[in-house]
Design a protein around this ligand. Structure first.
Ligand SMILES: *Cc1c(COP(=O)(O)O)cnc(C)c1O
Length: 393
């Protein structure tokens, strides 16, 4: 019998990732998501979660889930078209649609599933996709799964998009796909210009508001609301797992869109409905977003102050206009060194390396939430400041 296995190549491949400082390992977190985190027995200020409104461990939401669990039990038992679509799912889908001021909404088990299922349901080989270079992985995978030719335009560059639209000889449908708020850079897509191109070139426009839902816009509907272009958005994707503090994804738009996706989005049709109790969390989260606008207001005020302070210290934060603040460092080994020193000083700020960003464009991603108070933020600025003087940013 041979003592080799067909998987022997894995140990060599992992060693290579080690050598390039790219190997990722799971870390175990103790306790709920909150503004502090315990790693290896040490309590750290936690700047590494997308829980922007500090709702993941909100007692009202926890209570709502417990109540719903008593009513619905846990598992949903089947995919939605068979028997897994409960009254709770129907209610929350309606609440999402009302919140988003759309005809209808569809709930997915994750934002990733929403993107991976929606895009291939809309376009295929004879159509064309126009996609921002820095789109989220789930949008990229959705585009690839569709089989449609993909034209990638330079990040945030509407003029480049225009050029690609002009050059396109596609006779089928055209779909423009972009994050509204980019997950690593914290900057906005130029939605006003893109909306005009949609009109001029008769395209469908899909935006992903994963990091913006609950945070931007007067009512918290996201960047499209803030920029006043909601009537130009044909397909809007959001997640229940960032500012809304739970788990799941959604698509909203006109009724015919949702009816089509119910039939054709494979990640919806062929996947078990998320537990009703989990979905119930979303109804409460949306209610909190509606009733407590001070959460997003205060978060964005503090984010602006933090960005200004870090820029004044000489950090390269790029074009961010949001609660996501990248510190662009460059090489992976350097980023790892800084993140380690921050840990020692009591701060968890995750290092972002490939495949999340291109090689040599590694960064530290500060994710600010409503739960971070001014004292903690001031300490972070102070620590990073001492750090730049000692080592050069
Ligand atoms: C996080 C994220 C997703 C995925 O959402 P999940 O609910 O976490 O699966 C989709 N799009 C963007 C832009 C994201 O940042």
């Amino acid at each position: 019998m041979s003592d080799t296995s067909p998987l022997d190549w894995l140990s060599g491949a992992l060693r290579q990732w080690d050598a390039r400082h790219l190997r990722r390992k799971l870390r175990v977190r103790n306790g709920p998501q909150q503004p502090t985190i315990v790693f290896g027995g040490k309590t750290l200020a936690h700047f590494g979660a997308n829980d922007y409104l500090n709702l993941a461990n909100d007692s009202r939401i926890v209570q709502a889930v417990q109540t719903a669990m008593t009513r619905h039990g846990w598992g949903s038992g089947a995919s939605p078209l068979i028997s897994g679509h409960t009254e709770q799912h129907a209610e929350v889908a309606e609440a999402v649609a009302r919140f988003e001021q759309c005809d209808a909404a569809l709930l997915f088990s994750s934002g990733f599933a929403a993107n991976a299922g929606t895009i291939p349901a809309l376009v295929g080989r004879d159509d064309a996709i126009f996609a921002d270079q820095k789109n989220h992985a789930s949008l990229i995978d959705g585009c690839r799964l569709s089989g449609a030719p993909i034209s990638v335009y330079r990040h945030g560059d509407a003029e480049h998009l225009e050029l690609l639209l002009q050059r396109s000889n596609c006779n089928g449908k055209r779909l423009i796909v972009t994050d509204s708020l980019f997950s690593m850079d914290g900057d906005f897509a130029p939605l006003q210009q893109i909306a005009q191109l949609r009109e001029r070139f008769n395209c469908m426009l899909l935006i992903d508001e994963a990091h913006a839902t609950g945070v931007f816009g007067a009512s918290g509907r996201g960047v499209a609301e803030r920029m006043g272009v909601e009537s130009s958005i044909d397909i809007k994707i959001g997640t229940l797992s960032k500012a809304l503090g739970g788990c799941g994804g959604f698509v909203c738009g006109q009724q015919s869109l949702i009816d089509w996706l119910i039939n054709r989005a494979r990640s919806y049709v062929f996947s078990t409905s998320p537990p009703a109790a989990g979905i119930a969390a979303t109804a409460t989260a949306l209610e909190i977003v509606r009733q407590e606008p001070q959460r997003r207001k205060l978060l964005l005020e503090r984010a602006t102050a933090l960005r200004d302070a870090l820029r004044a210290l000489g950090f390269k934060t790029g074009e961010t206009e949001s609660q996501i603040i990248p510190l662009r460092i460059g090489p992976a080994d350097r980023v790892m060194e800084i993140t380690q020193q921050l840990l020692e000083a009591g701060f968890f700020v995750p290092a972002i390396r490939p495949p999340s960003v291109p090689e040599q464009e590694c960064l530290l991603r500060i994710s600010l939430t409503y739960g971070h108070n001014e004292t903690t933020i001031a300490r972070l600025i102070d620590t990073l400041g001492r750090f730049t003087t000692a080592h050069g940013a």
